[in-house]
Design a protein around this ligand. Structure first.
Ligand SMILES: [Zn+2]
Ligand SMILES: [Zn+2]
Length: 177
């Protein structure tokens, strides 16, 4: 990818994930038209009458100026304050049916890859196995119903796919309407 976008350690390809799109829109923070605009979540009590460019996300100016966060810190209890700040205030979030949250592995927030269906998830067997186990622990006791749910991911539900920044293991959670 040669878009010249800033590098986001925890969201390496926000164009592929759909969180950043090519657009002539002007950034509400720096008032520049950079050719790219952020389209996903931003949580703030302030009124924001527009969208941000990726550069104002990367340098923290959007989060600072509009006193908000791109992602909820849910699940980040064990992480360093620096990591939590990087993910919540300087990393593009993503759109999901339910409130999006970040997965954690090897004591770091994982890198968000994107929303995937069964076929793509199955190319990362470790992520599929981990998701199956999580769902079973979460109360899916009927094995055939669970397999049916997993193989239909990409239709009424999706898998949110991440990759560990340390060991490169893929992991996922299921997001449904
Ligand atoms: Zn900007
Ligand atoms: Zn790991």
């Amino acid at each position: 990818m040669s878009t010249g976008l800033p590098h986001f350690r925890h969201h390496p390809d926000p164009v592929a994930s759909g969180s950043v799109r090519e657009s002539a829109e002007t950034c509400v923070c720096c008032n520049r038209s950079t050719g790219w605009i952020y389209t996903a979540t931003f949580y703030t009590a302030r009124e924001v009458s527009g969208r941000f460019c990726p550069w104002c996300i990367a340098d923290g100016s959007a989060a600072e100026r509009f006193e908000g966060e791109f992602t909820d810190a849910y699940g980040f209890e064990g992480l360093s304050g620096e990591t939590v700040e990087e993910v919540t205030r300087r990393t593009p979030g993503f759109q999901a049916w339910q409130d999006p949250y970040w997965l954690v592995h090897c004591n770091d927030a994982a890198a968000f890859i994107g929303e995937v269906g069964y076929a793509e998830l199955a190319t990362h067997p470790e992520a599929l196995d981990q998701l199956r186990l999580d769902l079973r622990m979460g109360g899916w006791h009927d094995a055939s119903r669970l397999e049916n749910f997993l193989t239909h991911l990409g239709q009424e539900a999706n898998a949110m796919l991440f990759r560990c920044t340390v060991c490169d293991t893929h992991l996922a959670y299921a997001d449904a309407s």
